[in-house]
Design a protein around this ligand. Structure first.
Ligand code: GLC
Length: 472
């Protein structure tokens, strides 16, 4: 079976969020199960020279973007045993941010069209094109309108995965023809409430629609989570399913990770305490082995649950013997809040603003508890990474957080959870976590259990393969 995995970001070439982790690890897991999976993505200007030196130029073609004819260079590279195709057009992709430009609609219309146009030139005719999020949503739409009956293209099936329903690719209907190259006869595919909605188009046209956890697949049928798309998803629910993400357990491995201070394993995790001491020192906090360190690694935006954190953090640090370490950047409101509390409690709160992957690993390894109180969370990867490093997650029961973390109150769980989006329910879960941590025997049991959790891709890769088979 041949699968072309189309994504707007994939490790190791470009990353702004969890999608890049998934696109950088699921294809390798599929290959282990004998699926010939390759990745196709834009060749961004931000990709380093070192990575560029691993690419070879295949050829260049011209790609239609409505009436425009745009250059598209095709490069090939190998990473982690997987073949990547990188599509080059400097006008669209040589910019300092992946997204957030006035012409994102046109940029990703180009990418979608190019993915289909390059197929005859890469010597790889996929059985499945697996698309991800709104940036690739036009691929199923273009496939069904322009390519399905074309020689060399017949019989391809498309799968569309929603990693986050909040971003749908919404544009005014006046650019239907001029930018997206679609005629009035196609408008019903992409029209949603008078606008063009690219994600809606993909839900209509793809042969299967998936999202990244079972719970989220249910949640997005509900207006509280759907950002408006629930009526469309309900209509199409027979083709919707949830498949939980895994993580790259070789990349995130406390036994071999070179970014952490001391290596350790589930068999012998004495090194974790040394990582904790080094982390406390790194953040200028007093080195106290028995004070629980709670960490947060996240984009600092509202849907990650920071309103709850703001509501209780002063009370928590005031009233308990804890240390809190925060790494992330985002909205001014939350950055300002964390700066202020870190300045007022320099012995209890450590803060670094930014997206710093090496430091993130030191924090996963050196902290005891990991807080992730998201308002909604399609899957979430950080809670699984935290477990991999023996750090116990405290999460809200939503989306993939609900599917990966169970409360240890029952004597079997791997973390601490709370249900309602309520600051005091969260505080209660944090206090239970601190109490468990303070019980040294229980702490040991829980850390060991976390280290033994298996969140590798194996099981989910199998589920994708059955999904692909069901439409071939
Ligand atoms: C998005 C979601 C996150 C998910 C990731 C990978 O970033 O917000 O929950 O883990 O995609 O699927």
């Amino acid at each position: 079976m041949k699968v072309l995995y189309a994504a707007s970001e994939a490790l190791p070439f470009a990353a702004s969020g969890g999608l890049a982790d998934v696109a950088g690890s699921l294809p390798a897991a599929l290959r282990k199960k004998k699926v010939n999976c390759r990745v196709i993505m834009p060749l961004y200007g931000t990709i380093s020279d070192e990575l560029r030196s691993t690419m070879t130029f295949i050829t260049s073609i011209m790609v239609p973007v409505s009436w425009r004819r745009q250059y598209c260079g095709i490069f090939e590279a190998k990473a982690n045993g997987v073949t990547y195709y990188l599509l080059d057009n400097e006008y669209y992709f040589k910019r300092n941010m992946l997204y957030g430009h006035y012409d994102d609609g046109e940029r990703f219309a180009f990418f979608a069209r190019a993915v289909l146009e390059v197929l005859p030139y890469i010597d790889f005719k996929p059985d499945i094109i697996h698309c991800n999020d709104w940036q690739t949503a036009l691929i199923p739409v273009y496939y069904s309108t322009f390519y399905a009956a074309k020689e060399g293209y017949t019989g391809i099936k498309t799968v569309f995965t929603i990693h986050n329903i909040q971003y749908q690719g919404i544009y005014g209907s006046e650019i239907l023809g001029d930018v997206f190259g679609l005629g009035e006869e196609h408008i019903s595919l992409v029209d949603f409430g008078g606008n063009i909605n690219l994600m809606k188009g993909a839900i209509e046209c793809a042969h299967k629609v998936t999202t990244v956890s079972n719970t989220y697949a249910q949640e997005i049928l509900d207006p509280w989570f759907s950002h408006g798309l629930h009526p469309i998803l309900k209509d199409r629910s027979s083709k919707l399913s949830g498949i939980l993400n895994g993580i790259d357990v070789d990349g995130y491995n406390p036994e071999t990770d070179k970014n952490i201070f001391y290596n350790y394993s589930a068999k012998d995790f004495s090194g974790k305490a040394k990582n904790k001491a080094a982390l406390q020192e790194l953040f200028g906090l007093p080195v106290k082995p028995d004070t629980p360190v709670i960490s947060i690694i996240s984009r600092l935006v509202s849907h990650k649950g920071f309103d709850l954190v703001k509501r209780i953090l002063y009370d928590l640090v005031d009233s308990s013997d804890v240390q809190v370490i925060i790494l992330g950047s985002g909205d001014w409101e939350y950055e300002a809040f964390f700066k202020e509390i870190a300045a007022r409690y320099p012995d209890k709160v450590g803060l670094r603003l930014g997206f710093i992957p090496d430091m993130a690993r030191k924090i996963y390894a050196g902290s005891d508890l990991f807080l992730m109180p998201s308002k909604s969370e399609p899957c979430g990867l950080s809670q699984m990474v935290a477990l991999r490093y023996g750090t116990l997650p405290i999460v809200r029961e939503t989306g993939g957080l609900k599917d990966t973390i169970t409360d240890s109150g029952d004597g079997k769980g791997n973390g601490f959870t709370f249900k309602s989006y309520d600051a005091f329910d969260m505080l209660n879960a944090i206090q239970r976590a601190i109490a468990a941590y303070n019980d040294k025997d229980l702490r040991k049991v829980l850390v060991e259990r976390a280290l033994k959790c298996d969140n590798s891709w194996g099981k989910s890769a199998k589920e994708y393969i059955s999904l692909y088979n069901s439409i071939l």
